[in-house]
Design a protein around this ligand. Structure first.
Ligand code: ATP
Ligand code: MG
Length: 556
């Protein structure tokens, strides 16, 4: 696919840089997650872009944990991020941490102070905000802006040594209080925070701000193309100002549009609320848009990479339809999933002319989409079966090609049967369906000459096993919950999970493997959940066979 499409704007920039011999033809990108949550599908987009573009141009990609905010970061997140990137199929050149640069960043700050380009400000956050002005009104200097270089050096050293409490002072760059770009109105470089850091421990009580850490970290690593999302466009002049005044490697920043998907939220802060307030069972709840949630749900790395490729690289924010992600996983699973039979809402079917107690072993290819079928499994057949309740109609409608009194249907991998009669229980519910089978119609050696329109799935009642099945729907009932009035959590879809506690599975599914996709024929794609035990398998529905929702909507 990548060969056929035209270049995206980042590839155009890179090809031009390569043809000009910039950086000696070297391409080095980075993926810079803040370890304050699990990665989501938006990050996957960024990962595919950063690693993908480097791979395409024989470059490399660093993984840099942007860990400058000690209070929200945790090693649990670091581990999950590593795992998710590897699972997506990418390898990083170096694993780095912004916190590794704390000493260097401190020295950079001192250099700017010595150049008269940074000062310690004792104003409160409110005072600083008030003095900053507005986009239409220039800012004013605080009384501390005119401090001498010597005083600034002494104060900054004292800030570092722990003399002052949180918030007492900040270090600011001395740039331009009248700049039309608010980010250049003497931005903060350092704040005081007496907090334990997951890597540097208690060594530091001052921490650099994003804007003072990110560009310098890029430059230290000699990143050639620093790709980030559009909200950083107004930060770019500051990114360049620090690099220029510190005379560092000229990393350049390029921006693309964040990925947003409808019927979900895509911010770690909001996802964390869903986890902490128990709206979901964890970061890897299969309804979450996290990479770990998608993995548990049964998404494959290839489907996510294809999705990232299909949405392309945009320069304008938009909302991508969830159905595109679902299309990508169906496309992959259709080629790879193993076919199995599962009855979710069972009704008993009895074949009156089949010898009672006899068991016949039918064959079913694992994967009819590939040559050779990836082997096959045996499926026991007997006189008592379970079929799906909605595969039978007491008074069949027109064009209903399943079972009903007098109707014929094929049992997948087995025989053609004809319905003779049915029995209802005291509540009026159909409890047994009686059929006869046509012995010459066995699949693979059918000499009956009978053509039937419908094929249904079934499971033999003798030796049947059961499993729990979890059916998922979209997590929110509105397209863009973050843009609605009130709290986004008010818009959670109350029916995002429904559980079938004992579906009837064909015996081979007891051997289901974690990480493999299964198509429960006529039902959808499923995968084994981590909650499974040998006694009780649990399956997650990854996606339905077709877009049930789109059809609902069409119906009105
Ligand atoms: P969030 O807002 O979800 O918490 P973030 O931007 O704070 O995300 P970071 O850990 O800072 O998360 O992001 C790491 C990288 O992933 C950044 O380069 C960021 O631009 C990119 N990224 C984050 N969210 C998206 C998204 N929705 N689409 C594309 N890239 C994203
Ligand atoms: Mg961030």
């Amino acid at each position: 696919m990548s060969e056929e499409r035209s270049l995206n704007f980042l590839e155009e920039i890179i090809e031009e840089d390569l043809s000009n011999g910039k950086h000696g033809g070297r391409i080095l990108t980075r993926f810079p997650p803040e370890p304050n949550g699990y990665l989501h599908i938006g990050h996957a987009k960024s990962i595919c872009l950063n690693f993908g573009i480097a791979r395409k141009y024989n470059g490399k990609t660093n993984l840099r944990f942007d860990d400058t905010n000690p209070s929200t970061e945790d090693v649990e997140y670091v581990d999950s991020i590593r795992e998710d990137i590897k699972w997506l199929g990418f390898e990083w050149e170096k694993e780095l941490y912004s916190s590794d640069y704390f000493d260097k960043l401190y020295d950079f700050a001192m250099s700017l102070i010595r150049m008269g380009l940074a000062y310690v400000d004792d104003s409160t956050a409110e005072e600083i905000a008030a003095a900053k002005g507005s986009p239409t009104e220039p800012g004013r200097p605080t009384p501390y802006r005119s401090r001498s270089i010597e005083e600034n050096i002494a104060l900054f050293e004292e800030m570092k040594s722990g003399k002052y409490p949180d918030g007492a002072k900040v270090l600011r760059a001395k740039i331009d209080l009248a700049s039309p770009n608010m980010h250049l109105r003497d931005p903060l470089m350092y704040r005081i925070k007496h907090a334990h850091h997951h890597r540097t421990g208690d060594k530091w009580c001052i921490y650099p701000m994003y804007d003072f850490a990110h560009g310098q970290s890029d430059a230290i690593e000699e990143i050639t193309h620093s790709i980030c999302t559009l909200e950083f466009v107004p930060h770019r002049p500051l990114y360049e100002w620090f690099i220029e005044h510190l005379n560092l490697f000229p990393s350049r920043q390029y921006e693309f549009a964040r990925l947003n998907i409808n019927y979900t939220v895509m911010s770690k802060r909001k996802l964390l609320q869903l986890v902490n307030e128990k709206y979901v069972t964890g970061w890897d709840d299969p309804r979450m848009p996290t990479i770990s949630g998608l993995r548990r749900r049964g998404y494959t790395p290839l489907s996510i990479r294809n999705f990232a490729e299909r949405i392309g690289v945009a320069k304008r924010e938009n909302l991508i339809d969830l159905s595109l992600l679902e299309f990508c996983i169906r496309e992959d699973l259709n080629k790879t999933a193993w076919r199995r039979m599962v009855v979710m809402d069972p009704v008993k079917l009895i074949i009156s002319n089949y010898p009672e107690g006899q068991i016949e072993l039918m064959e079913g290819e694992n994967n009819p989409e590939v040559e050779g079928g990836e082997g096959s499994r045996t499926i026991p057949f007997s006189s008592e079966l379970w079929i799906e309740r909605d595969d039978f109609m007491e008074e069949p409608a027109k064009k209903y090609f399943r079972l009903g009194p007098g109707l014929m249907v094929r049992l997948k991998h087995a025989y053609i049967i004809q319905c003779e009669r049915f029995v209802k229980d005291e509540t009026g519910k159909i409890s047994e369906i009686y059929c006869t089978y046509i012995p010459e119609s066995r699949s693979g050696s059918d000499t009956s000459g009978i053509n039937v329109k419908g094929t249904i799935h079934w499971v033999s009642a003798a030796g049947a096993k059961t499993a729990e099945i979890r059916l998922y729907d979209r997590l929110f009932r509105v397209e863009d919950p973050s843009n609605e009035e009130g709290d986004f959590k008010e818009y959670i879809n109350p029916d995002s999970l429904s559980v079938i506690s004992s579906a009837i599975i064909e015996p081979d599914l007891i051997n289901a493997e974690q990480g493999r996709g299964y198509q429960f024929i006529r039902k959808g794609y499923f995968t084994l959940d981590v909650d499974s035990s040998p006694e009780k398998p649990v399956f997650n529905r990854t996606v339905t066979l077709k877009d049930a929702w789109a059809r609902e909507v069409k119906k009105g």
